[in-house]
Design a binder for this molecule. Structure first.
Ligand code: ZN
Length: 251
């Protein structure tokens, strides 16, 4: 059985469609949150992801854009985009976003895996530093954790007390790329599939991952998408121009 893992779509419909077109056939979809905020297609994205699988975790932008949390923690650009999204979302879509569950989420079909937005203990924590991830790996009761929030595609492995990471080599930005990793049953993993709609690791291509339970393997992917169209939508919507330019930089 194969699972598609997506995260941080952020209202970018073009990136989401490219990911779904490029992904192999899967038996389920896990969505690690931040469906909306920043991008110009919140309703279209929500209506698309709602039909995809049934494993969902909420993100901080899902909370903010559905009115569950205030915008005091957001920088001015993020707050402006969140207010724009609050107004743009239909009542039904806003309600669906507001009802997304807080992580960690587990699913009986996918044993030994947990799904979170930030970290298992704090949905808003950014897992960017190896020492912090190492501590979580050392104490995690779950072999594999998929997380989002940082918009940086990376996997960490703790094996025989040694931590290491894996990520894709920087490929050509106009071409798709993938890397398969066989998961050691003795090891523990924290894996970020990357951001679909607003990557921040210097690679503008949409990121996602798949997990294969029979092979006990996972694959990281990057795919190009119609980035200029997503940028045009942001500019036409009157959202901050920076939200369009950063897509091309992958920042
Ligand atoms: Zn995000």
């Amino acid at each position: 059985m194969r699972l598609l893992i997506i995260s941080d779509v952020h209202g970018n419909l073009e990136a989401l469609e490219a990911v779904l077109a490029a992904a192999p056939d899967c038996d389920g979809v896990a969505n690690l949150g931040d469906n909306v905020g920043y991008g110009a297609c919140p309703n279209e994205v929500v209506e698309r992801v709602r039909t995809l699988g049934d494993i969902f975790v909420r993100g901080n932008h899902d909370r903010a854009c559905s009115g569950l949390s205030n915008l005091s923690d957001f920088n001015p650009t993020a707050a402006l985009a969140a207010r724009w999204t609050q107004l743009a979302l239909t009542d039904e879509n806003r309600r669906w976003v507001a009802e997304l569950p807080r992580g960690p989420v587990t699913d009986a079909t996918w044993t030994g895996i947990q799904f979170v937005h930030g970290s298992p203990f704090d949905e808003d924590e950014y897992l960017l530093s190896e020492p912090i991830v190492e501590r979580l790996l050392e104490t995690s009761p779950v072999p594999v954790t998929f997380f989002g929030h940082t918009h940086v595609q990376i996997g960490w492995e703790l094996r025989h007390g040694e931590i290491s990471d894996f990520r894709l080599d920087r490929g050509h930005r106009d071409e798709p790329q993938q890397m398969k990793v066989t998961l050691d049953p003795e090891a523990r993993y924290f894996i970020n599939p990357g951001s679909v709609g607003q990557p921040r690791d210097g690679d503008p291509r949409a990121g996602f991952a798949t997990y294969d339970s029979a092979e006990r393997s996972m694959t990281l992917y990057r795919v190009p998408y119609q980035l200029e169209q997503a940028q045009q939508r942001i500019i036409h919507a009157g959202l901050p121009v920076r939200l369009a330019s950063r897509l091309a930089e992958g920042r």
